[in-house]
Design a protein around this ligand. Structure first.
Ligand code: ADP
Ligand code: MG
Length: 463
């Protein structure tokens, strides 16, 4: 059979129709619709996708289905090859061409809209690396961005620090501003919302209260980051409750982020937590090794920087906390080699990384026990180890205990919940609080930083 007689295009078209019926709409629109037909070769169908990012998702989600469908339509095994090619995105699917035509190219308008919406243009879907840890949150965010107010409303994205909540919620905003210029988008942190609210009630008669209400109740998409901030702030909660109801009834899209699941918020009125829990709740987990490597590579590519694969691997192996820490590690190494104009060696990378607070060399991590940590901390502060578990609140005990909790999180793989149970059955939020407190103290207080570094070193040496 010569090449020019082979034409799998009709089968490919059939496959598109078949998969459209069997695939969830948002997955189809987000990923499948971006595949285009390129050519037919003997026994091989060549398809194109516009980027590596789309490639990763498309192959993960659809490779098997496409292969199976082509096999049943052609009666033989057809290999599927994907190529990455920007130009082809609009070719095969009218819906994606329509999208591209709709997309405005007016940079100025977009820039202005972003400023008004308080959206950070650095955070896009195109530079968010997908992995098992975040695929649900990413897909939900994409679906919301494509159909605000319809797909998942409200939506809550929750997860620990540095895992991409702010990135995703901004990516939703960026996407909507680019594709639906008539929609009014507003991003705000819960902290800024609280501050603006306080300001609005503090200047009675100035029209500020109404301005404030209009700002948040007259939008099509409200993106509120870090709602844990409103804990214990009853008046802000009351205001947010009314804002929520008004938007929700008008079928406007609301997306929240939070650093913990809603049921772990303290001091938030039930009727508000009920609202948060409505709709879709999706979580972000720390990325696994492969995703960490992909994130680091992506970051190098975006900045057009070359870093040895071994060094990337070393960072990915040893920085497991979150994406922010991964980025900070890479930035430190890159800036070192740029500022000194020196090539980055593995030896230097190891040395530089060992000073980063979140750096956990794998070989040392295993087996450090909380008892060993407590022993070193208690000896240093001259307190009894039994007091680590006690409920006593004397000042002389509280801080050593918090430092031990902090070190337990830093030097072991125990979760906050597990550490809580080791410290006399305390709630995991107590450990989170201790961790945050010691970390902030380390940031501002050199004495605390030194003590923590000294204890850490001693514990690691004893291990
Ligand atoms: P959070 O709001 O959850 O604390 P951020 O959204 O601020 O976290 O993310 C911290 C940093 O990590 C940001 O620079 C963000 O761009 C980056 N980041 C997080 N997740 C990813 C990801 N999956 N792919 C690429 N970059 C990511
Ligand atoms: Mg954030």
């Amino acid at each position: 059979m010569s090449n020019d007689k082979i034409d799998y295009l009709p089968f490919w078209k059939e496959t598109c129709i078949a998969l459209k019926k069997t695939t969830q709409e948002f997955l189809y629109n987000t990923w499948f619709s971006r595949i285009s037909y390129v050519q037919s070769l003997p026994g091989k169908l060549v398809l194109a996708v516009p980027s590596q990012f789309v490639y990763d998702n498309v192959t993960k989600l659809f490779s098997d289905d496409i292969t199976a469908s082509m096999h049943s339509l052609c009666g033989e095994d057809i290999a599927i090859q994907f190529i990455i090619s920007k130009e082809t995105e609009q070719a095969a699917h009218p819906s994606s061409s329509a999208r591209a035509v709709e997309a405005p190219s007016d940079d100025e308008r977009l820039e202005k809209a972003r400023r008004a919406a308080n959206i950070n243009s650095d955070y896009q879907f195109s530079n968010f690396v997908s992995g098992d840890n975040c695929i649900y949150a990413l897909n939900a965010s994409l679906a919301i961005a494509k159909n605000p107010g319809i797909s998942y409303n409200p939506c809550l994205i929750y997860g620990g620090v540095g895992l991409g909540k702010t990135h995703l919620i901004n990516a939703i905003g960026n996407y909507i501003l680019e594709h639906q210029k008539d929609l009014k988008v507003q991003y705000i942190t819960a902290e800024a919302f609280t501050n603006e609210f306080i300001e609005s009630i503090g200047s009675a008669g100035s029209g500020k209260a109404q301005q404030f209400k209009n700002k948040f109740r007259k939008v099509d998409v409200l993106l509120m980051d870090d709602i844990q901030f409103i804990q214990q702030k009853t008046q802000t909660q009351e205001e947010l409750f009314h804002t929520f109801n008004e938007l929700y009834e008008a079928k406007k899209q609301i997306v929240f982020t939070c650093d913990r699941p809603i049921n772990e918020l303290k001091g938030v009125m039930d009727r508000l937590t009920n609202r948060f829990e409505r709709g879709l709740n999706v979580d972000l987990q720390p990325p696994a090794y492969e995703t960490r490597v992909a994130i680091l590579r992506n970051k190098c590519k975006m900045q057009n920087k070359q870093v040895d694969a071994d060094i990337i691997d070393y960072i990915a192996q040893n920085v497991r906390s979150n994406v922010r820490d991964l980025e900070a590690s890479l930035t430190k190494l890159i800036s070192y080699s740029e500022l000194l104009g020196q090539e980055l060696t593995m030896e230097k990378a190891k040395e530089l990384l060992s000073t980063m607070p979140f750096f956990k060399p794998q070989e040392k991590e295993q087996g450090i026990s909380i008892q060993a940590i407590n022993k070193v901390v208690c000896t240093y502060f001259n307190v009894n180890t039994s007091d680590m578990k006690s409920k006593k609140k004397n000042k002389s005990l509280v801080q050593p205990r918090q430092i031990a909790m902090y070190l337990a999180k830093e030097l072991t793989t125990y979760s906050f919940t597990e550490i809580g149970s080791e410290f006399g059955g305390r709630d995991h939020t107590t450990i989170m609080h201790a961790y945050d407190r010691i970390q902030s103290l380390c940031n501002v207080n050199p004495d605390m930083r030194n003590i923590v570094a000294k204890l850490k070193k001693e514990i690691m040496e004893q291990h």
